[in-house]
Ligand binder design. Structure first.
Ligand code: SIN
Ligand code: MN
Length: 207
């Protein structure tokens, strides 16, 4: 894989177009296989509000949310094991995670988020994991998404950037716990997914 443009946004590293079109299409095929084994679902918050994104996971753990709250689970809500993280996704973790952390462990969860028309994700921290020395590596596929980055504390100044298909984001080091979210997507801006929408993969070490 060739070098790509690298942008720093409040400590978060964005690798622009890190994945070429054939790598992106290959990932979409792998994600369809994951969704066949572990169907996407709309999680609910603790307060019973349906999240606008649909989710599923691969790996030893999957991230779920329902009236019992947010947590990692060893099984899909159906009771089935989560499918394994595809090799092509593990390669992305190795290549980009190493930028943030020399002592990189193996990822234990690949969360798959699907943003259809109108979906968004509010500002939050990724803090359900035990080892914050390990980064979060995220991959954007399909339609562009307006990614907002804030601070470790709640509130304060934020900055935004449109993430496009093939971009890889690393939340690591001092920026591991920054607040981040997706305000909106530009539905139909990419031809990668035949029905439109945006997929985001986030890779994490959980334990
Ligand atoms: C997330 O924080 O889980 C998703 C971020 C994104 O969709 O880019
Ligand atoms: Mn997150």
């Amino acid at each position: 894989m060739s070098e790509c443009e690298r942008i720093e946004l409040r400590g978060v590293t964005v690798f622009r177009r890190a994945l070429d079109e054939s790598a992106q299409a290959g990932l979409v095929d792998r994600i369809r296989e994951i969704a066949r084994a572990a169907p996407m679902f709309h999680p609910e918050t603790r307060w019973g509000k349906r999240m606008s994104v649909k989710m599923t996971s691969a790996g030893k753990f999957g991230w779920v949310s329902d009236r019992r709250g947010y947590r990692y689970e060893r099984r899909h809500p159906s009771g089935a094991d989560w499918p394994p993280i595809p090799a092509a996704v593990l390669e992305i973790w190795e290549r980009f995670g190493a930028v943030a952390t020399p002592a990189l462990r193996a990822p234990e969860c690949c969360l798959v988020n699907y943003y259809g028309e109108g979906a968004r994700m509010g500002l939050h921290q990724d803090r359900d994991e035990a080892d914050f020395t390990q980064p979060v590596v995220s991959v954007s596929l399909g339609d562009a998404g307006l990614f907002r980055v804030g601070n470790i504390e709640r509130g304060g100044k934020t900055e935004s950037l449109w993430l496009e298909s093939g971009d890889v984001v690393v939340l690591g080091g001092a920026a591991r716990l920054v607040h981040h979210g997706v305000d909106r997507i530009r539905f139909g801006s990419s031809g990668l997914l035949k029905d439109g929408g945006r997929i985001n993969l986030t890779l994490r070490v959980v334990t």
